[in-house]
Design a protein around this ligand. Structure first.
Ligand SMILES: CC(C)(COP(=O)(O)OP(=O)(O)OC[C@H]1O[C@@H](n2cnc3c(N)ncnc32)[C@H](O)[C@@H]1OP(=O)(O)O)[C@@H](O)C(=O)NCCC(=O)NCCS
Length: 265
């Protein structure tokens, strides 16, 4: 797969540091809310100020009742743990039964992106971060992102249904600077990308593993703990090491329908 610049309107022309030109309030508003209308920004600020760190069942219940008004779409029975950080909620869709556990961050930042979509019953663990830099992200139904994992998109990141991402894993779409450009990396206009990163259905990414930009994974791929996946991998492969190589391919029929699936570990 050849390296290409991110398409116009995405990360190539997007720099977080340039968001906040025009004073502290404008910088804060750009970073947290982008083009969200002012009345909604103020409403969000009130909710976050009073409810974000409210403990116990009262906090949980009030966030469950009032936070949904902030999102582009929010399904039924969505749970927001204490200290959940939401940025650009007007570009976030949450399916029924999504759980954002304590301290999770969901940030759909960008100027021309669609944002983040979490399917029904997606679980985002404690202190995990899902964030965009003008990219898009979709996480399929029932997928689970364990504590301290990171999903980043400055291009297009997709996880299929029933995936498990273990703690401290990092999955990227985009996030590559141009090593052939003499400009210092921090001053480059934006990041390059090899193309979208797509994980199929029922993929398991082990603890501490990294899945780099463009390294799409077929259905039922297992990424061993600590692996760094640099290239696309075919369905049912177990891959491990740095860079990741195929350890073996599991001979399995297609995954069972969702109702028969065991809950994620
Ligand atoms: C990869 C894994 C699933 C085991 O798969 P498996 O096919 O049963 O593997 P085996 O234990 O039979 O080992 C097969 C080979 O892979 C190697 N291997 C296993 N885990 C590895 C890893 N993390 N990195 C590199 N190589 C690994 C083994 O050393 C063995 O090599 P050998 O044939 O040269 O002796 C497991 O080791 C793993 O990494 N699990 C992730 C656990 C995790 O992150 N859990 C978080 C909770 S969701």
């Amino acid at each position: 797969m050849s390296r290409k610049e991110a398409p116009a309107g995405t990360s190539a022309e997007f720099k977080v540091k340039e968001l906040g030109k025009g004073g502290a309030w404008q910088a804060y508003r750009s970073l947290m809310y982008g083009d969200m209308p002012l009345w909604k920004v103020l409403w969000a600020e009130c909710l976050f100020f009073f409810l974000s760190h409210l403990g116990g069942p009262l906090g949980l219940m009030l966030r469950m009742k009032l936070y949904p008004s902030l999102f582009r779409h929010c399904g039924r029975k969505v749970v927001f743990g204490r200290g959940v950080l939401i940025r650009h909620p007007h570009k976030i869709d949450l399916g029924d039964g999504v759980v954002l556990d304590e301290g999770a961050t969901v940030d759909a930042k960008g100027v021309s992106n669609h944002g983040i979509t979490l399917g029904e019953k997606v679980y985002v663990g404690r202190q995990s971060t899902l964030y965009c830099k003008n990219g898009d992200m979709r996480v399929g139904a029932r997928s689970s992102v364990s504590a301290h994992a990171i999903l980043f998109s400055s291009n297009d990141l997709e996880l299929g249904e029933d995936c498990v991402v273990a703690s401290f894993a990092y999955i990227l779409s985009g996030g590559e600077y141009d090593v052939n450009d003499p400009t210092p990396f921090a001053l480059q206009k934006g990041t390059c990308t090899k193309g979208p990163t797509r994980l199929g259905r029922s993929v398991w990414v082990g603890t501490g593993a990294k899945v780099l930009d463009g390294a799409s994974l077929g259905d039922r791929v297992v990424v061993a703990a600590g692996a760094v996946v640099t290239k696309p991998q075919l369905a049912r492969a177990i891959v491990g090491g740095v860079p990741a190589k195929v350890l073996r391919v599991v001979d399995l029929p297609a995954p069972p329908p969702p109702s028969e699936n065991a809950p994620p570990c």
